[in-house]
Ligand binder design. Structure first.
Ligand SMILES: [Zn+2]
Length: 198
């Protein structure tokens, strides 16, 4: 074990909460709700999102139905650490854009006493576990799993069905590009599926 491994253990006040699920499950809305409540309680709250996510305003967390919370646009997990300085509560939207490096960042911030809340998609368009959500879920002090109704049968959906062809590797999309689907009605994208770093 490295000599500084004790610094990675969670402090009493530090917590990691993960809000997982498929697209359109209300994950960002739930994140905004939690961040707004913390801000109203007088906590120092910072929210961030990845620069890759340009679907809406780059300086706002936004739900598909228009609710918002101010956010810093960062490039990668290292950028999260920079904007988190001084935050008591840190919200990270679309955690799947940050890759495995986000896991270490969340551990470090929790160890510093920060309440870290990550929202993200837990299965990719091939139906595979979508890093770093599975890893974060294992580490989390609390987990909220949200779902949307399957667009075919209305049962709870765990998967995000790609509805349009993938052009140039661009996977980011919104309404019209994806639909929530249950396991029975989910049709994964054809191979090859991405191989994620372990
Ligand atoms: Zn279904």
């Amino acid at each position: 074990m490295p000599a500084d491994s004790c610094s990675l253990e969670p402090a009493a006040a530090g917590r990691l909460a993960v809000i997982g699920g498929c697209m359109f499950a209300g994950k960002t809305a739930r994140l905004i709700e939690r961040l707004s409540a913390a801000r109203a309680a007088g906590r120092r709250v910072v929210a961030c999102k990845h620069r890759l996510d340009t679907r809406y305003d780059p300086t706002l967390l936004m739900t598909h139905d228009g609710r918002s919370f101010p956010a810093a646009a960062v490039t990668g997990a290292a950028g999260v650490l920079r904007v988190a300085i001084g935050a008591e509560v840190l919200g990270i939207d679309e955690g799947q854009f940050f890759g495995r490096a986000l896991v270490g960042v969340c551990r470090e911030l929790r160890a510093q006493g920060c309440m870290v809340i990550v929202a993200g998609i837990d299965h990719d368009a091939w139906g595979q576990p979508f890093p770093p959500l599975p890893q974060l879920l294992r580490l989390a002090d609390e987990v909220e799993h949200l779902s949307a109704p399957c667009t075919v049968c209305g049962r709870p959906a765990a998967y995000s069905q790609r509805m349009v062809p993938v052009v140039g590797g661009q996977m980011v999309g919104g309404p019209g590009d994806y639909e929530p689907r249950c396991a029975e009605h989910f049709r994964p994208l054809p191979p090859p599926a991405p191989v994620y770093e372990q």
